[in-house]
Design a protein around this ligand. Structure first.
Ligand code: SF4
Ligand code: SF4
Length: 296
């Protein structure tokens, strides 16, 4: 446990999600920003499953003096969740009196929740709703960050939308965040990531309602209902191992006569990303796109 004196001096941010969502990028941006403002920073992270949909988390602690890189349970000032069930899993780390909870309502079903499922069967997934959580925490934001990012043109910028929300809970200037984000994202995505960050900040302004009024709370899965799933296959990278075909819960994929994977039922794809996460050769990529009438 950190001493009371250390707690007063140190801010603790716990960032959680699943592999491929950009948890580590978020934590690096925050840590760099703190260092550049003369603060001592300690980070501790687990990202062994970063490409396969496994849990990923990062503790970031900063202040004048930080002794331990690990946030004790119940002492996180901010819990930032890039995936809804991961947010629930780590909720007991949030300071129950003063902590801020920020989460995408995006649902990513872990690979093992999908084993032996018949087509169309709902996977096992946490039942707790955003409203249940927001009623329990001191300050809470549950939003469709992936939908916001998809509307800007790239659902993978959801982590930067959430950075925009996080930035409103900390006291660093807007431009300092933008400068650091620019250094940590691929050059061709700089523009969209800046827009995503600003969209997150804007969302907080709109979500702040006068006392006594109720904030509209999105349902988990909003994104899946609104997006079109498009599978991109890089045929020359596919070695025909059959893993994606066997694991696809909706039986969307098949191998053709040349031993390459093909999409046989695009309409049945729920966008769970299992194929993308499990393919050892990165030959499948899932794009979540908004229908033309929604994107306008
Ligand atoms: S994302 Fe992949 S595994 Fe999931 S339903 Fe679609 S094709 Fe199947
Ligand atoms: S998992 Fe990858 S390499 Fe294996 S069949 Fe599917 S696309 Fe091809």
């Amino acid at each position: 446990m950190g001493s009371d004196t250390e707690r007063d001096d140190v801010t603790s941010v716990l960032i959680v999600g699943v592999g491929g969502q950009g948890v580590i990028m978020v934590s690096k941006v925050l840590a760099t920003l703190c260092q550049e403002h003369g603060l001592e920073v300690k980070q501790s992270e687990v990202h062994g499953m970063a490409k396969r949909g496994g849990a990923v988390f990062s503790h970031v602690r900063f202040g004048r003096h930080v002794h331990s890189p690990v946030i004790p349970a119940g002492e996180a000032d901010v819990l930032l969740a890039l995936e809804w069930a991961e947010g629930l899993r780590w909720l007991h780390f949030l300071d129950p009196e003063n902590g801020t909870f920020i989460s995408d309502v995006r649902k990513i079903v872990p690979p093992f929740a999908c084993r032996d499922r018949g087509r169309g069967v709902a996977p096992q997934y946490a039942k707790t709703t955003p409203r249940d959580v927001l009623e329990k925490v001191s300050v809470g934001y549950a939003l469709d960050a992936t939908g916001i990012a998809a509307k800007l043109g790239n659902d993978r910028a959801a982590n930067t939308v959430l950075l925009g929300i996080l930035s409103t809970a900390l006291s660093f200037p807007e431009q300092a965040w933008l400068d650091v984000i620019e250094r940590f994202v691929p050059p061709k995505t700089r523009e969209i990531n800046s827009a995503a960050f600003l969209a997150g900040r804007e969302w907080v302004k709109e979500a702040t309602v006068p006392e006594g009024e109720v904030l509209p709370v999105p349902e988990v899965d909003t994104v899946l209902k609104n997006v079109v799933n498009r599978l991109e296959i890089t045929e020359e990278w596919c070695k025909g191992c059959d893993i994606c075909v066997k694991f696809c819960p909706e039986r969307c994929l098949a191998l053709n006569d040349a031993g390459k994977v093909v999409v046989k039922d695009a309409n049945a794809c729920t966008g769970c990303r299992l194929c993308e996460m499990l393919c050892p050769d990165f030959a499948i990529r899932l794009h979540k796109e908004l229908p033309a009438e929604v994107a306008q």
